[in-house]
Design a protein around this ligand. Structure first.
Ligand code: GLU
Length: 415
């Protein structure tokens, strides 16, 4: 399992990013003050009857960080490394992300401290329904709308939606997004995070022209779909990794073969003819585009100077620390930050929610066309701020988002 460096506090990093951006945007005092604290933080125990008859208690969380622009929105993560500090940081990033991509939401996040790979399907269902049995008090279709994140799936969203519907006695597909199509999911949601990142790469290509060799850290939902999209477009995928290790092949990986190796052997480094490498080595490979699609704190002050890629795309949340950001910027590496690069996921979640509320479902091409329009618009808005103010792309995306959050906060004119 890829580890986020546990000694690095992610919420502190998120606050450092905010402080840096605040130098470039004038915020109302109300906005500054409200962005310092989550609006609601909820931690709870989830008792689960295990298959062997014992009772096990898991720790669950949901944080609603800020709802100035609308109901809070954000995924639920299942991982042994989940902490309340991490959930708080991730919920803060959702506030910024929803404002960058300009959808009418605030930000939230949830999680369970668990290794889901160690649970049976029945245990996973009882755990997921158990999360909702506690969290129903804080979530709701017009209040707080969860979605998938690391190691959570459409099936898990289905159980949670069903549990919420049972508790409230109303069929409530709009309470959660990333659902299976049969329960009100949206066409295109499954691969939306990768597609949004891919649209960023295409927009960036015309501006910074990085080249076409790619290394990808992470082969979960976002990483694997990104390999598919890029390989189909003539990019050469020279390295991939998953939680068990990395694989390097100068000739390039074939997507279909990679998927079948992963399915059969469970790890990508079983790909015939590749060299086994570590996660760390992958980050430092000679390539044009480095895609970070695993967890937080992967590029840090300790390895940033050794990154050779010309462009970095963050499909994971928080994979680069603030110290690393400065080093990469000085090296002239063009970085598309998480709050923009992976916002396609939450953007199509928004489309799913709209469809649920209308009870009217769109064609896949329409979903993707609307996503494309959003990504191009906000990529270019961010890029213009980056160019005009001579600041890195992350800070530029913060400037764009903070302006929008500030406007909403001021319009409410709190008390
Ligand atoms: N977990 C995803 C993210 O970090 C998606 C959130 C959502 O769709 O609400 O952006």
């Amino acid at each position: 399992m890829i580890k986020s460096k546990a000694d690095i506090m992610v919420f502190e990093n998120a606050q450092k990013q905010l402080e840096k951006a605040k130098k470039h945007v004038k915020l109302a005092q109300e906005t500054e003050e409200t962005l310092k604290y989550p609006t609601e933080t909820f931690s709870f125990s989830i008792p689960v009857r295990m298959d062997d008859g014992t009772l096990k208690v898991f720790e669950g969380h949901r944080v609603r960080y800020n709802d100035a622009r609308g109901p809070t929105k954000g995924g639920i993560r299942y991982h042994p490394g989940v902490t309340i500090d991490e959930v708080k940081a991730l919920s803060f990033w959702m506030v910024i992300k929803c404002a960058v991509i300009n959808i009418p939401y605030g930000g939230g996040k949830g999680g369970i401290t668990v290794d889901p790979q160690k649970l049976s399907k029945g245990e996973l269902e009882r755990l997921s329904r158990g999360w909702m049995r506690k969290a129903y008090r804080i979530v709701g279709p017009d209040r707080d709308i969860p979605a998938p994140d690391v190691y959570t799936t459409g099936q898990i969203m289905a159980w949670m939606m069903d549990e919420y519907s049972i508790i409230t006695g109303t069929y409530s597909p709009a309470v959660i997004t990333g659902k299976p199509l049969s329960l009100g999911g949206s066409l295109g949601r499954e691969y939306a995070t990768a597609l949004g990142g891919y649209y960023c790469i295409k927009e960036a290509a015309g501006k910074v022209n990085p080249g076409k060799t790619v290394a990808i850290q992470g082969f979960g939902n976002a990483g694997s779909h990104m390999v598919r999209l890029l390989a189909a477009d003539g990019y050469k995928i020279i390295a991939v990794s998953d939680s068990k290790g990395g694989a390097h092949l100068e000739a390039g990986f074939e997507y279909e073969k990679l998927i079948s190796v992963k399915k059969r052997e469970k790890h990508v480094d079983a790909y015939p003819g590749c060299n086994k490498i570590t996660q760390e080595q992958l980050l430092e490979l000679d390539c044009d585009i480095l895609i970070l699609a695993a967890l937080e704190n992967q590029v840090t002050k300790d390895n940033a100077a050794r990154v050779k890629a010309k462009m970095i795309v963050e499909l994971a949340n928080g994979p680069t620390t603030p110290e690393a950001d400065d080093i990469l910027y000085q090296k002239g590496i063009f970085l598309v930050p998480d709050i923009l690069a992976n916002s396609g996921g939450v953007c199509v979640s928004y489309f799913e929610w709209v469809q649920n509320k209308q009870g009217y479902y769109w064609k896949e091409d329409d979903v993707n066309a609307k996503l494309h329009e959003k990504m191009v618009e906000e990529f270019n808005a961010t890029f213009d701020i980056h160019k005009n103010r001579k600041i890195d792309m992350r800070t530029a995306a913060y400037v764009l988002a903070l302006g929008r959050i500030d406007e909403a906060t001021k319009a409410k004119a709190l008390y």
